[in-house]
Design a protein around this ligand. Structure first.
Ligand code: V47
Length: 368
């Protein structure tokens, strides 16, 4: 594995990265300063090699994927985030609510992970959200359920009067196996205020995940990037996640989510260059040394760019998803879903070994 970095010093044109390489080879943690150097580098290929080295030291050439489906039971939402094109007012002609029968009609035995998130419906009781989980769990007990972001959990606590811990326990009793990473956006309060006030604060998001981990419920974490955040905000976000993971070890994967502007109240923002996506993914792998996986969210990156991130520290390709809506409402150009074969070919085509997993990262099949 050291071979990856054999000719590093000769090929690298950024002296800062040569210093960082020594830390990585010695398994030393990166600090703020090194993270800043990474975000400022112009030698992307060398950065990719460092991230690849770190990824290889964790899981070699394996890239994981899952046969999963996204389900969004309603898009009616009591809050209106500026970056979101999915949430609708109750009176909007585009507002919808799925019946339980509709939700069940979307399921099949092939699924290994069912990802359920949606709007903060102003009229639905917490019981309704629990019923969805129970019904899905009864219908396909062989699939894991990854459901409801910290923002939804915060909302359930407000509408039910239960404490956060009580909400989490009830969700686990109903059949939730893991929490998705959504709702983290950017923890930096000033940016958060501009893109999603009055949503759950960054501190609350962190404390809800901490509570979940303490109760034995694993989760993922995200960052929404490519809007108003600075490089400093990205590093600060990573730093807070790394500290929490040191305490709980409850995160599976970190997922950079690239902002899609169409149909949103931030549509005037100019896109960042592709080099920024690569730096965010590589820095995630190098800085979040205690996270098992960095996930390429191909829905926002697009399939081709996602393939490139496999060479920038990514070890997870998410999954089939089947029907993505939240990001496509905001103009994502990717397909809404893909087949298992698509992932096997996409991962092999990049020189890696596809590994089909379940939601808890148990290996189901290695496609040598
Ligand atoms: O938190 C909403 C994002 C997230 C837009 O845990 C947008 O495995 C880009 O959390 N442009 C939800 N992003 C997605 C999410 C997720 C996705 C895949 C896997 C997992 C996991 C979690 O969607 C929200 C928000 O950051 N989002 N609008 C937009 N216009």
């Amino acid at each position: 594995m050291e071979k990856i970095l054999d000719n590093f010093d000769t090929l690298c044109v950024d002296d800062n990265l040569i210093g960082i390489k020594e830390k990585i080879l010695n398994n030393k943690r990166l600090g703020f300063k090194e993270a800043e150097m990474i975000m400022n580098t112009r030698d992307l290929n060398s950065l990719g090699l460092l991230a690849k080295y770190k990824k290889f030291s964790k899981d070699g050439k394996k890239i994981y994927f899952v046969v999963n489906r996204h389900i969004n039971p309603t898009n009616i939402c009591a809050i209106s985030c500026k970056f979101c094109a999915f949430g609708q007012n109750k009176k909007s002609p585009d507002a919808y609510e799925m019946s339980i029968d509709h939700i069940l009609s979307l399921l099949d035995e092939e699924l290994k992970e069912i990802h359920i998130v949606g709007g903060l419906h102003p009229d639905w009781k917490f019981d309704k959200y629990l019923e969805i989980i129970r019904e899905v769990n009864n219908a396909i007990p062989t699939a894991h359920i990854k459901a409801y972001t910290a923002v939804e959990i915060d909302w359930f606590s407000q509408i039910s009067g239960y404490k956060i811990e009580e909400v989490i326990v009830k969700l686990m009793e109903a059949g939730v196996d893991a929490l998705p990473g959504g709702g983290a956006e950017v923890f930096a309060p000033e940016v958060r205020k501009k893109i999603c006030s009055p949503k759950t604060t960054g501190d609350s998001w962190l404390s809800i995940h901490k509570a979940a981990h303490k109760l034995g419920l694993p989760s993922n974490a995200t960052i929404l990037y490519g809007h108003l955040e600075s490089k400093y905000d990205v590093i600060d976000h990573f730093d807070k996640l790394r500290s929490l993971q040191d305490q709980t070890n409850g995160f599976f994967a970190f997922i950079p989510v690239l902002f899609q502007p169409y149909n949103t109240r931030l549509k005037h923002l100019k896109p960042f260059p592709f080099s920024y996506d690569l730096k965010v993914h590589a820095l995630a792998r190098l800085y979040l040394d205690n996270f098992p996986h960095i996930k390429a969210y191909w829905i926002t990156l697009g399939e081709k760019a996602a393939q490139v991130t496999f060479h920038y520290g990514v070890s997870d390709a998410d999954g089939t998803i089947i029907s993505e809506k939240i990001i496509h409402d905001a103009g994502a150009k990717s397909e809404v879903g893909h087949t298992r074969d698509f992932f096997v070919n996409m991962i092999k085509d990049s020189g890696y070994v596809p590994v089909e997993r379940d939601a808890l990262y148990n290996e189901l099949k290695i496609y040598e």
